[in-house]
Design a protein around this ligand. Structure first.
Ligand code: N01
Length: 497
């Protein structure tokens, strides 16, 4: 057992946690420690190593504005390249020196008497207590795999693997495989698996809308230009960003404006599948945009392969040897791939963070769903800033943009509270409520509310609590400065803060 004191503890070393570490260092804040359970930087881009894992946001926008990368090899990057990029940026800023990898954060408790957080973590079998004045939560919403609660699944005698916990040593060649789920992860993994497996059953509960993926390798002359033409990468970022913001406006304010997108998706189905029955089976019945719009050129042709079947009857149960659907058919398989997403609004991590009076985030959000002020601060949890917190997710553009907006807010929060000798900062409940009421008002006509789908964007109470509605530059403007008037503040108990 060890005990350690730091000014700031950053939990998570993915895009958001790493970004926080870099920005703090650049602004003269040196006393921080990054904690991550993995072996290196990357978060979700380290963990999701299923075949075909890639990003559906163009490479130049899906990167830090302060670490643009002229070396991207493709217009859309694949997981290994993004993982390498994140680790290269971390190396350039020597963040590993202030990071504990292989460290599992078990819990964090607010200590009112000492105006600080007590974090309990385990590393190499040793329990560590870390006292931190401030905690920055960069745990990411897409990190806890959601395992489907299907009757009999525990008794399955073959192999079960979740896309986010892939077994890279397992050889799928010649196997009979079932894939449960047809979301963003499945549509990337299935075409790769389809090339090697003997047979694959794809269990579709809800057909997704899918547009073509405009991916291509960059020519060496393009990479030369990215490196040598001043402002070119920023121009590309700006162009992609602006085009995406039109989609944001449609999703939030005018779902009917997304009709052309639906037409593009229908064209994708028509081109990818010859069988009219299969075409019908993969055509969604909800408004485009209600769930994440996916991008693929090879999903539909893969479903049309002779060794692949799309199964649309619901799953009744899993047996020791296979899957039984509601119509009574049994399909035996060697492997079940669960591409069933993540615990987003009900992350197990929420039960491990205890604020004022010992109440956990899970308890506070139990009835009203996830709520925070500017996606960052939660009443009852002083000195805790969440990155990619409630109502910051996006369905249309780069999360790195949202993360960088929050990093501006983080830096200004530290700057202002340090300058004023403030040691305890808690968002006022009225400010948090007003903010969330406004968000819900904006969301009421959005496609996520009105589009006729069930999605992980919705919380237990049916409210959209994971997405930012509207333009992302509005969020950027709101997080440009730390608005201290929205917070109850108290002086520091320790003189150096
Ligand atoms: O998970 P999902 P994902 N029985 O929740 C089905 C990001 N991402 O891992 O639609 C049967 O989207 C479920 O069916 P339904 C991205 O933000 C990004 O694919 O609920 N089926 C659905 O088809 C994305 O949104 C990239 O009816 C069950 C699927 O499983 C997020 O990660 C790449 C079931 C789950 O889809 C999550 O994507 C990959 C059950 N019991 C992921 N339970 C990029 O390119 C669930 N399903 C950036």
């Amino acid at each position: 057992m060890t005990t350690q004191d730091v000014e700031i503890a950053i939990i998570g070393a993915g895009f958001s946690g790493l970004g926080a570490a870099i920005k703090l260092a650049q602004n003269g804040v040196e006393d921080y420690l990054v904690l991550d359970r993995g072996a290196d930087f990357g978060g979700t881009w380290r963990d999701n190593v299923y075949p075909g894992a890639a990003c559906d946001v163009p490479s130049h926008l899906y990167s830090y504005s302060f670490a643009q990368n002229p070396e991207w090899t493709r217009s859309y990057s694949h997981q290994p390249e993004i993982h390498r990029y994140i680790n290269k940026v971390a190396d350039e800023h020597a963040i590993a020196d202030r990071t504990w990898f292989g460290t599992d954060v078990i819990g964090a408790e607010w200590d009112e008497d000492n105006t600080r957080w007590t974090i309990t973590a385990e590393r190499d079998g040793v329990t560590h207590t870390i006292h931190a004045n401030i905690v920055v939560g960069g745990i990411g919403p897409l990190c806890e795999p959601n395992l489907p609660d299907i009757d009999g699944i525990d008794a399955f005698g073959g192999k079960i693997v979740h896309t986010a916990r892939w077994d890279t040593d397992f050889d799928f060649a010649g196997k009979r495989v079932a894939v449960i789920g047809t979301g963003a992860s499945a549509i990337q993994a299935v075409p790769q698996l389809g090339k090697v497996v003997e047979h694959m059953d794809v269990y579709q509960r809800t057909a997704p809308w899918i547009i073509p993926r405009n991916e291509r390798p960059y020519l060496s002359v393009e990479n030369w230009a990215f490196k040598n033409v001043p402002g070119l990468q920023s121009l590309i970022r700006g162009t992609i960003y602006s085009a995406n913001e039109f989609v944001a406006a449609g999703m939030t304010f005018a779902p009917k404006a997304l009709k052309p997108v639906e037409a593009i998706c229908r064209g994708n189905i028509f081109r990818g599948i010859r069988d009219p029955k299969l075409r019908e089976a993969v055509t969604p019945t909800f408004a485009v945009g209600c769930k994440r719009i996916l991008k693929s050129n090879d999903w539909y042709p893969t479903l049309d392969r002779p060794n692949v079947d799309l199964v649309t009857d619901g799953i009744a149960k899993v047996t020791e040897t296979g899957i039984v659907t509601n119509d009574g058919t049994t399909r035996d398989v060697d492997v079940i791939v669960v591409a069933t997403g993540f615990h987003v609004t009900d992350s197990p991590a929420f039960a491990t963070i205890h604020g004022v009076g010992g109440r956990s985030l899970a308890q506070v959000w139990e009835d009203g769903g996830m709520q925070a002020y500017k996606g960052s601060f939660v009443h009852g949890f002083p000195n805790l800033m969440l990155l990619v917190g409630p109502s910051t997710g996006l369905g249309h553009t780069s999360m790195v943009y949202m993360i960088e907006s929050q990093l501006n807010y983080l830096v200004d929060y530290i700057r202002k509270t340090r300058a004023a000798g403030i040691g305890r900062t808690e968002v006022k409940l009225e400010a948090q409520d007003r903010y969330n009421d406004r968000l819900q008002h904006t969301l009421r006509n959005s496609v996520w509310e009105t589009g006729g789908c069930a999605s992980w964007y919705k919380d237990v109470n049916g409210k959209i609590t994971s997405l930012w509605p509207g333009f992302t530059f509005t969020f950027r403007n709101r997080t440009r400065e730390f608005d201290i008037a929205a917070y109850d503040v108290a002086p520091s108990v320790s003189p150096e803060l």
